[in-house]
Design a protein around this ligand. Structure first.
Ligand code: PDD
Length: 284
């Protein structure tokens, strides 16, 4: 029987009892994180825990466990499920209360659930590059919160799938924000650009690490927004996230950049790869 995390305890999946009155069902009222596990080790877990805390705080959910306690239960979950390579998903909803938009009574206890999933690194696509399509960003204006209300992102990803693409690149009034589940970067004249970490994007943990690692290597990385025209005139494009790492984009709609990923994209991809390899004994 699959083991999952439920309010700090490892239990059988079938033993979890979540009420139909949980606000996750009524309102998507909760926050979540996805942490990557490589060779049995959690990657950048502290950053994910901090963001889970920040997301919960921004929507007024008081977490019962401290970040290091949540991390300890995620490690316990990883062990209980024998996860070697994959992801850990953890979600906290505001809890159970008869449907009513306003926050429930303060005594209502947030519900935490977590599960693991085996996943391979998308090495083929990371080598060959992928296609993306530009769409309008029709989501809300609190994209910095890692909310479980993901309808806008779901619709955006579906548009990518229907266009035969790996990802949708969203824009607001012509300014590129982010992908449906990734951050977007371009390279122009040797400089790397990505949208600043404000309310219009999720400040990806992978994004933050790429910026850090790239700058340590002396790359010029600017947290400056760019337009869809600049995207189409870029030298290189890539998207980044926990499960896709640094994913080269070689075509956006009808614009083909090159037959293979560009040099700065590959440099950042290998810097992240070395960073991951430091933590685990990964063979490429
Ligand atoms: N998504 N932007 C959005 C909208 C995202 O949903 C994600 C991650 C990212 C990248 O963030 P990070 O580097 O911290 O994974 C950016 C996760 C993986 C998901 O929903 O499955």
């Amino acid at each position: 029987m699959e083991k999952v995390l439920w309010n700090g305890k490892i239990v059988n999946k079938d033993d979890v009892r979540i009420s139909i009155d949980d606000r996750a069902f009524h309102f998507g009222d909760g926050v979540y994180e996805v942490v990557r596990v490589y060779d049995g080790e959690l990657y950048l877990a502290e950053g994910h825990m901090k963001r889970l805390y920040d997301s919960a705080r921004k929507i007024g959910i008081q977490l019962e466990l401290a970040p290091d306690e949540i991390l300890a239960s995620l490690v316990e979950l990883k062990e209980a499920t024998d996860l070697i390579d994959g992801t850990i998903y953890v979600q906290v909803s505001r809890g159970e209360w008869p449907r009513n938009h306003a926050f429930p009574d303060k005594a209502v206890v947030p519900q935490m659930v977590g599960f693991t999933k085996e996943a391979k690194r998308p090495l083929e696509q990371m080598k060959s590059g992928v296609k993306a399509t530009i769409i309008e960003d029709t989501r809300w204006l609190h994209c910095d919160i890692k909310s479980i209300s993901l309808l806008g992102n779901v619709l955006a990803k579906q548009k990518a799938v229907e266009a035969g693409c790996f990802e949708s690149i969203q824009h607001r009034n012509g300014v590129v924000t982010e992908g449906s589940s990734t951050n977007v970067f371009i390279v122009k004249g040797g400089t790397v650009y990505t949208h600043p970490a404000d309310h219009l994007i999720l400040n990806g943990i992978t994004r933050q690490r790429i910026i850090e690692l790239g700058r340590q290597e002396g790359l010029d990385i600017q947290e400056v927004a760019f337009t869809t025209d600049e995207l189409l005139q870029a030298d290189e494009v890539f998207v980044a996230g926990t499960t896709v790492e640094v994913m080269p984009v070689i075509q956006v709609d009808d614009k083909k950049y090159s037959d293979q990923p560009g040099p700065i994209t590959l440099k950042l991809q290998s810097l992240l790869f070395e960073d991951i390899a430091k933590l685990a004994s990964i063979k490429s």
